[in-house]
Design a protein around this ligand. Structure first.
Ligand SMILES: NC(=O)c1ccc[n+]([C@@H]2O[C@H](COP(=O)([O-])OP(=O)(O)OC[C@H]3O[C@@H](n4cnc5c(N)ncnc54)[C@H](O)[C@@H]3O)[C@@H](O)[C@H]2O)c1
Length: 422
């Protein structure tokens, strides 16, 4: 019996992977609406279909619940709850710690507890362990504890959960062996490391690697733009080097629950050991600046056409943070829309996967519905910003109908004065 706590972008694909391998799974979530939907066979995440869910429910292999007393029936409990930042960009571990307290209340001898949420090194042993041992039982003897980072890549059809190798760090050798036995049933390969701390740090290295490289190409884009050099052409040429180069692509900023968030978990923790994280913070600064850059390029382009941003009709294409997914968390499009609106533009957006956008903590005033992408709408817009390069967009039609395009993803290959790469 597998219990997965937190039925979101990470938890649900994991549930599906265990179910596909024949396990019985109970999904736990505090969000009763999600629990209700799942038990009715309705999915709220694109890559899990309602049909799949219904089959699992019919076979009595799966159920969702908000009743955490059921945790005592689980053999393994896997935690996939959010690890966000607070308003001062400090780690907010309340979800992980609250969940741990709940698990401690219902802990049964022999259970394996694994944290998958991304976090700073030390969370499992310094944060979770004392809570789990508060009842007198000892990890490695009475129950087992491990950390294994999730490496979900939303929208990636070739690397689904079972195809991604999994790094595991156990609190003790027995904890590690048990966690390995579990994950060996569902993923292609397990990689064992010496401690939960090393596994936690591995995940941060992976994500900070992306953040720093994305920042670097974004910085180079802005430099090259002034020199009249197309960064995309440069990247394509550099990618022909058979060793020592890996292409990263510029864009309107970065988004999602991971790359903009996780580096700051390390920044915070590094203060404990008196080490600055200048490099990591600089990458954050550059990436955070990108939506401002896109807006300034839009203002410039409108200005060249004798128009001001105030009163201009701007259509933003794509509000999800990356192509072909429905996740708008931390999306740079939200920042772009908010900056444009503040300066008096009349902003609308289209996103085939996000019918409405509201309820964002950072942008309380942002309440929009996706508009239909008609030729009339494209023609009426003073500027169209391609913020997310969804595959379903018909870029030929967009080029034909829009009078000014700000292309942040290099999807329009055609060169024309009305197409601005930004
Ligand atoms: N989304 C990704 O692509 C991705 C990739 C790798 C790692 N991660 C990491 O995985 C973790 C989860 O991310 P996500 O994107 O799945 O988040 P999510 O917001 O999609 O899902 C989290 C779920 O946990 C539930 N929840 C919150 N507190 C809870 C509690 N106390 N008990 C039970 N359920 C609770 C929420 O209701 C929600 O359904 C984060 O640490 C994230 O950094 C995410």
């Amino acid at each position: 019996m597998i219990g997965v706590i937190g039925l979101g972008y990470v938890g649900l694909p994991l549930v599906k992977t265990f179910l596909n391998k024949g396990f019985r799974v109970t999904g736990f979530d505090i969000d009763r609406k999600k629990v209700l939907m799942l038990n009715r066979g309705k999915s709220y995440i694109r890559h899990i279909s309602a049909d799949e869910l219904k089959t699992f429910l019919k076979n009595k292999k799966f159920r969702a619940t908000a009743d955490f007393r059921n945790l005592r029936y689980m053999d393994a409990i896997i935690i996939c709850v959010p690890t966000p930042l607070d308003s001062h960009k400090n780690p907010d571990l309340c979800f992980v710690l609250k969940t741990t307290e709940t698990i401690a209340r219902y802990l049964r001898k022999g259970q394996l507890v694994v944290l998958e949420s991304t976090t700073y090194p030390g969370t499992t042993e310094e944060g979770m362990l004392p809570i789990l041992e508060s009842g007198g039982w000892r990890a490695g003897h009475d129950f087992y504890l491990a950390y294994s980072p999730e490496r979900e890549n939303p929208g990636d059809k070739s690397y689904t959960t079972e195809k991604i190798p999994k790094v595991i760090g156990g609190y003790s050798k027995r904890c590690l062996r048990l966690a390995r036995t579990l994950y060996d049933q569902i993923v292609v390969r397990t990689i064992l490391v010496s401690s939960p701390k090393v596994a936690e740090a591995t995940k941060l290295l992976e994500n900070i690697f992306r953040s720093v490289n994305i920042a670097m190409v974004n910085e180079m884009k802005m430099i090259f733009e002034r020199m009249g050099i197309d960064i995309w052409e440069v990247i394509e040429a550099a990618s022909t080097k058979p060793f020592g180069f890996m292409p990263f692509h510029p864009g309107p900023g970065y988004g999602g629950h991971c790359i903009p968030v996780d580096p700051f978990y390390l920044t915070w923790k590094a203060k404990e050991v008196d080490r600055p994280t200048k490099f990591i913070e600089l990458a954050g600064e550059i990436n955070t600046f990108m939506p401002y850059y896109i807006v300034s390029k839009t203002v410039e382009a409108l200005n060249e056409r004798g128009k001001s941003l105030r009163g201009a009709r701007v259509l933003v294409l794509g509000i999800a943070y990356k192509k072909d997914i429905d996740d708008q968390r931390e999306s740079p499009s939200l920042k772009i829309i908010s900056l444009l609106s503040k300066q008096g533009a009349r902003v609308s957006y289209n996103d085939p996967y996000v019918p409405q956008s509201s309820g964002h903590r950072e942008y309380p005033g942002l309440k929009l519905k996706s508009v239909a992408l008609s030729p009339k709408r494209l023609k009426e817009a003073d500027a169209v910003i391609i913020a997310t390069d969804h595959s379903v967009y018909d870029y030929k039609k967009i080029v034909r109908d829009a009078s000014l395009i700000i292309d942040t993803r290099n999807v329009i290959k055609k060169k024309s004065p009305h197409i601005i790469k930004a």
